[in-house]
Ligand binder design. Structure first.
Ligand SMILES: Nc1ncnc2c1ncn2[C@@H]1O[C@H](COP(=O)(O)OP(=O)(O)OP(=O)(O)O)[C@@H](O)[C@H]1O
Length: 321
């Protein structure tokens, strides 16, 4: 690595002393002989263009300094470029950083990645519409619809950063007790030439990481960023049984035995409401994107990620990220 850019989301997580942290991060890079620059975002969404510009102007690595939302934005700017994605955890949940085995101390996490190698990984590509216009976005942690979409929508209005991860749990419980989750249509196929299979679900997640963190950590443990398929978890109706059963069975690591859950590895899937007035929330990497319909597919070898050197015994399909 010769040149690196740090893209810093000052609004991520709890308040941090960025005036001392950013120079400390740059010092780590410079001591390792890496020319660096740091850019602070001034608005939501800006990290995407900053990352794309950094990649085209010669950065070998672009570090998303923030939480999963910042990683998500930086990813949008890096897909299709040769610059490697790195992560400095400054967010609330930091799910992606945890799955990469990074320390939650930002300086330590950056030091760890200096010894890593860029390796191409596949990411999800989701299509949906906002205000009538088609949108396409990549995801690297997860895509979801139903309860988790409603959760991130609820968190948008709250003070998630100040309350930390406990906000996620409180809102999850409140949502479950107070909201109805109508069933929607879920269609998937395992490869481009196979038939579409149609199901009903009250919730869907497609996770690219095995550990979704905290109380969600066992919901999709079979996932992996190196998987060449998307692992789709479909929670069957009714929500009053399917959702608690999902938590209970996954807590006992018995997902495969849960009759209200279907887990299937697919190449693409699409979710559509059964009735026009059903507003079913959807999210990508913990960022609210609007309502169904949404479709998603796997984009092979889409981005370079700084990963630990491969060991002999590493099996691409089953390792953590
Ligand atoms: N300068 C900024 N001002 C306001 N919002 C910003 C700015 N830069 C980025 N954002 C937005 O901040 C939001 C939260 O960022 P991020 O997800 O990285 O932190 P977090 O929510 O604390 O962490 P996590 O997602 O890991 O729980 C993102 O939606 C991003 O678009």
């Amino acid at each position: 690595m010769e040149r690196a850019t740090l893209i810093v989301n000052a609004s991520a997580g709890r308040r941090k002393a960025l005036q001392t942290l950013v120079p400390a991060l740059m010092q780590v890079l410079e001591r390792a002989g890496v020319r660096s620059n740091a850019l602070l975002t001034t608005a939501a969404g800006e990290a995407q263009s900053l990352a794309a510009d950094a990649a085209t102007s010669g950065s070998d690595a672009v570090f998303a300094c923030g939480g999963d939302g910042t990683v998500h934005e930086v990813l949008q700017g890096l897909v299709g470029t040769t610059a490697a994605l790195g992560v400095v955890p400054l967010g609330t949940a930091n799910v992606f950083a945890r799955n990469l085995g990074l320390a939650l101390d930002p300086v330590r996490a950056l030091q760890q990645q200096l010894n890593r190698e860029p390796r191409a990984i596949s990411v999800g590509e989701a299509c949906y519409a906002t205000s009538g216009s088609e949108q396409k976005k990549f995801f690297i942690v997860m895509a979801g619809a139903g309860p988790d979409g409603a959760l991130v929508y609820r968190l948008l209005a709250g003070k998630r950063s100040r309350l930390g991860r406990s906000a996620y749990y409180g809102h999850s419980l409140r949502l479950f007790l107070t909201r109805k989750f109508p069933a929607f249509r879920v269609e998937y196929r395992s490869n481009e030439s196979s038939e579409w299979v149609e199901r009903r679900g009250v919730g869907v997640i497609c996770s690219r990481v095995p550990n979704l963190g905290g109380i969600f950590r066992r919901l999709a443990m079979e996932s992996s960023a190196t998987d060449n398929k998307l692992l789709l978890s479909i929670v069957k109706p009714p929500a009053g049984i399917g959702l608690p059963a999902w938590f209970a069975f996954s807590y006992l690591t018995l997902n495969a035995k849960n009759p209200w859950l279907e887990q299937v590895r697919v190449s693409e899937f699409r979710c559509t409401p059964l009735e026009q007035n059903h507003r079913i929330h959807a999210e990508l990497d913990g960022e609210w994107i609007g309502h169904l319909p949404m479709s998603a597919r796997l984009l092979p070898q889409a981005v370079s990620l700084l990963m630990p050197p491969l060991k002999r015994e590493d099996i691409p399909h089953h390792g953590t990220v």
